[in-house]
Design a protein around this ligand. Structure first.
Ligand code: F6P
Length: 554
């Protein structure tokens, strides 16, 4: 039975014995260079690695010793990570500020298992929805589902934002190799009308199906885009309201709002309030993914998630990939003072993975108070960002190699390419290995001088090195591998959040801007000067915008 979970310990993180030991330990090893650590320990690159569920993580190029890992593991135990993992998987209401269970792991639990939330077995409900999604996807993919005029669907447009967009876009791009190429997929998220206009400009409404994806079905951007899509469809389909049922389906937890919009709830695919938006790509929010890659591949994706879930739930912390990655992020953030993590996939299909991770990591761990509401006394979630390799190398890597900031990197690569072309893959992989090597070991003044570099140029050509990185390898980018990779990061984020003692599953920080925008919208139309009651900057900006509007109306 789900219960509300109190914070595990009221003892601040920085007062735990392991934290104190880590502070002392850090002072001892802070000057050590990765060159020394590797030179003194020939086995390091084999030992400081871990492998599970077909994912290999080399974390040896972090500024750590074996003792660092021991102390971080101790910190995990003292922070109550084991109990917190158990509570999450059990369905306890660990999202305490919203009084909700956190059960994205139930979305990929095998049929026949049981997880109870408020007395209901949610796994059975998950599989019912998956069945309906599968039937619907097959009908659309085979052409059995027809549009209002009898034409088959050739275009699918997902309308959603945040977790109702970033996961679907990322998964579509990541798994394009497996996708149905006769169907065009587009994604509309931004309230900027350009997003919708460009997405549909070459599409035939008679062949276009919209998936309106919104957990709440009240999000301003999504509802505005959905209304625009409705008008765009009906305008071309003779204004017949019956067309909506053939061209719109909804993914939501809010059946009442779906009905109000005019979508038949028979064409609604549900999920539940225990799925956070940024943890929802494997719920019905993944409908566009299933339409693209088919139900069997979607089930492989879920199996991948589940394998990593089981690893996270059961493996001892010392060989638990998400735990180790989470602990290293805490180390880099709180002891080395790193402010960001660069995620660098050497796999073109993962080009949207960094954008996806930005919401997963920063909406989860961008918090300044602990579960008990007290101000944290340490940094929390770092800034995640990145681009696929090798493009980044010719752009921002200069700063990572020689700038003044410490930027830990996650390199992600696959042993086998999905598009074997000449030597491309060897060159790609040589680059990923070379970058991690260069960051760790750099190039000394002596080495630069020995190359005959004039003295004045030497400082410019020195690479300090000692820049930490993880290298994450797997054999091949399959739906299953993608599921494992996403779950790896989900659980790493959870590990970090648990140590920091924060609620990784709420997002109150997005509220204020939404409220203020709603207040400003009518003011942009108003001709009554005197009514603006914001600060002088906001008032002036609003007046200037009104002037632009007036000018364009003339
Ligand atoms: O504004 C943030 C947020 O609430 C995200 O957490 C969520 O993924 C996104 O908005 C979209 O919400 P919805 O799916 O309810 O439209």
């Amino acid at each position: 039975m789900a219960t509300v979970v109190e914070p595990l310990t009221n003892r601040p993180l920085t007062e735990l014995p392991a934290w104190k030991d880590l502070e002392v330990h850090f002072q001892k090893i802070r000057e050590l260079h990765l060159r020394q650590l590797f030179a003194a320990d020939p086995e390091r690159g084999e030992r400081l690695t871990a492998e599970a569920a077909g994912i290999y993580v080399d974390f040896s190029k972090n500024r750590i010793t074996d003792q660092t890992i021991e102390l971080l593991l101790q910190l995990a135990h003292e922070s109550g990570l084991r109990a917190r993992i158990d509570a999450m998987f059990r369905g306890d209401k660990i999202n305490s500020t919203e009084n909700r269970a956190v059960l994205h792991t139930a979305l990929r639990a095998p049929r026949g298992t049981s997880i109870l939330v408020d007395g209901r077995n949610v796994v059975a409900e998950v599989h019912e929805v998956l069945e309906r999604m599968g039937e619907f996807s097959n009908r659309v993919r085979t052409g059995a589902w027809k549009g209002h005029t009898g034409k088959r669907i050739r275009n699918i447009v997902n309308i959603g934002i945040g977790g109702s967009d970033l996961g679907p876009v990322m998964a579509y791009e990541a798994l394009k190799h497996y996708s149905e190429r006769t169907i065009t997929f587009r994604f509309v998220s931004n309230i900027d009308g350009t997003d919708f206009a460009e997405a549909v400009r070459d599409l035939d409404p008679a062949e276009t199906l919209f998936i309106v994806s919104s957990k709440t079905f009240t999000t301003l951007e999504t509802m505005t885009n959905a209304q625009t899509a409705r008008a765009w469809s009906l305008n071309d389909l003779g204004g017949d309201e019956n067309a909506v049922a053939r061209h719109f389906v909804a993914v939501s937890t809010n059946a009442a709002e779906v009905s109000k919009f005019g979508i038949d709830t028979a064409n609604m695919f549900g999920f539940w309030d225990w799925v956070g938006g940024r943890y929802s790509m494997d719920s019905a929010i993944g409908l566009s993914t299933m339409l693209a890659i088919g139900p069997d591949n979607f089930r492989s994706l879920l199996e991948g998630f589940h394998k990593m879930d089981e690893h996270f739930r059961t493996a001892p912390f010392e060989c638990n990939l998400p735990v180790l990655m989470g602990l290293l992020t805490v180390w880099n953030t709180n002891f080395l003072g790193a402010e960001t993590v660069a995620v660098l996939p050497y796999e073109q299909y993962l080009k949207r993975f960094p954008a996806y991770l930005q919401q997963l990591t920063m909406e989860s761990n961008g918090k300044h108070v602990t579960l008990s509401g007290t101000e944290v006394g340490y940094q929390t979630g770092p800034i995640y960002w990145g681009e696929p390799g090798t493009n980044g190398q010719h752009s921002f890597y200069q700063l990572i190699h020689q700038g003044t900031r410490l930027i830990p990197c996650d390199f992600i690569a696959f042993g086998q390419t999905l598009n074997p072309l000449g030597q491309h893959h060897d060159i790609l992989l040589a680059n990923v290995f070379a970058q991690a090597e260069a960051l760790a070991f750099g190039k000394t003044r002596e080495q630069v001088k020995a190359e005959g570099t004039p003295d004045w140029l030497v400082p410019h050509r020195v690479f300090e090195g000692n820049r930490p990185s993880n290298t994450i390898l797997s054999d091949r980018l399959t739906p299953e591998a993608l599921g494992k990779l996403v779950a790896l990061y989900e659980h790493s984020v959870f590990t970090q959040g648990t140590l920091w003692g924060i609620d990784s599953f709420d997002q109150w920080g997005v509220e204020l801007g939404k409220v203020l925008a709603k207040r400003i919208i009518p003011e942009l139309d108003s001709k009554e000067e005197g009514k603006l009651e914001h600060d002088s900057s906001t008032n002036t900006l609003i007046r200037r915008y009104r002037k632009y509007k007036e000018d364009s109306a003339q």
